[in-house]
Design a protein around this ligand. Structure first.
Ligand code: SF4
Ligand SMILES: [Zn+2]
Length: 275
C-alpha cells in the first residue's frame, strides 16, 4: 500500500464518512426552546428520524463530552459537586445519590460523577444537568450549564447574551432540581469554555431558580398536547418566526412552506388512520 493509498483510506473511512443516527423529537433539554409543532410532527412518524453525522460534527461533540468530564472531575476533587456517583470498580458496588462526594468509601479511589437526570412527569420533560456546584461566596448551590464553543465565537459574544437555548435548558434544570431535591439554589450559570483553548471563557449568572422560563416552556408543550388531543392539529403552534430559525428543524422548516396547513393535515390524517 502506498502512502497515497493510506491517505485515501483514512479520508474515506474517517474524515469523509458519515454515520447515521436516529432520533425522535421529544420534550428534552437539548431541544429547547420547545416547538410544540415539531413534537407533534414527531409523533406522526412511525419510525425514528435519521440524521447524518459527519466526522467533524462527531469530533466537536466528543471534544465537548471530554470537556464536561474534565470540569466535573475538577469540581468533584474539590468536594463541591453535588449529584450522583459511582465507583469505577464494579466490585465496590458503590452508587450514591444526591450528595457531594469525592472518594469511594470502600476503595478510596475517586468516584465518577453521574449527571443528574431531571424529569417532569406531567409534561414529559427529560434532561441531564451538567453539574450542581457549591459556591462558597454565595453560600449556596449554583446549577451549571456548560457549553464548549469555538474561541472566535466566544470573543464575539463577550458583551452579549448567551443563546436562548442555553438559558431555557438551564432554567428547566435548576427549577426541577430545586423542586425535586429541595436543594437551596442560589442561582444558575451558563459557562462557555473555548475550543481549541479553554480561555477565553464566558459566564452568565442569574439569581433564582428559573421558574418563569420553566413555566413558559411547560405551558407551551401542554397546550400543544391539548390541541392535538382535541383533534386541532393546525392549532399546535411552532416556534419559528423567521426563516432563519428553521436550521435545526428535522422537518426541513416545514412551517415556512405556503402549503404547511395541507402538509400538516395530511400527516395528521395518516397518523389518525393508523392509531
Ligand atoms: S419549521 Fe420551525 S416551527 Fe415548524 S416544526 Fe420546524 S422548528 Fe417547529
Ligand atoms: Zn470503590
Amino acid at each position: 500500500m502506498s502512502k497515497t493509498d493510506i491517505h485515501s483510506f483514512l479520508t474515506r473511512t474517517l474524515f469523509r464518512d458519515e454515520i447515521e443516527t436516529e432520533w425522535t423529537p421529544r420534550f428534552r433539554g437539548s431541544s429547547l426552546p420547545v416547538c410544540p409543532r415539531q413534537l407533534m410532527l414527531g409523533k406522526f412518524m412511525d419510525k425514528p428520524l435519521k440524521k447524518k453525522l459527519p466526522f467533524v460534527a462527531d469530533y466537536h461533540m466528543s471534544v465537548g463530552h471530554a470537556i464536561h468530564d474534565l470540569v466535573q472531575k475538577r469540581w468533584a476533587r474539590q468536594g463541591i459537586l453535588w449529584g450522583d456517583w459511582k465507583c469505577r470498580r464494579l466490585e465496590c458496588g458503590v452508587f450514591a445519590k444526591n450528595k457531594i462526594m469525592t472518594r469511594c468509601p470502600v476503595c478510596n479511589d475517586y468516584l465518577l460523577y453521574q449527571e443528574k437526570v431531571v424529569h417532569d412527569e406531567e409534561s414529559g420533560f427529560n434532561g441531564h444537568c451538567d453539574g450542581v456546584v457549591w459556591v462558597e461566596e454565595l453560600k449556596g448551590f449554583v446549577v451549571c450549564e456548560l457549553k464548549t464553543r469555538n474561541s472566535n465565537i466566544i470573543k464575539k459574544f463577550s458583551n452579549e447574551r448567551p443563546y436562548e437555548s442555553d438559558r431555557y435548558q438551564l432554567a428547566m434544570y435548576s427549577y426541577l432540581i430545586e423542586r425535586d431535591f429541595w436543594l437551596p439554589i442560589a442561582g444558575r450559570m451558563i459557562v462557555w469554555i473555548g475550543k481549541p483553548r479553554p480561555e477565553p471563557f464566558l459566564e452568565w449568572f442569574y439569581p433564582g431558580n428559573g421558574k418563569k422560563l420553566y413555566d413558559e416552556q411547560v405551558r407551551l408543550k401542554m397546550q400543544g398536547d391539548k390541541m392535538l388531543a382535541e383533534k386541532k392539529p393546525l392549532e399546535v403552534y411552532g416556534r419559528c418566526k423567521e426563516p432563519e430559525d428553521v436550521g435545526s428543524c428535522p422537518f426541513g422548516g416545514i412551517c415556512m412552506s405556503p402549503k404547511k396547513d395541507d402538509l400538516i393535515m395530511d400527516m395528521w390524517q395518516q397518523w389518525n388512520n393508523k392509531i
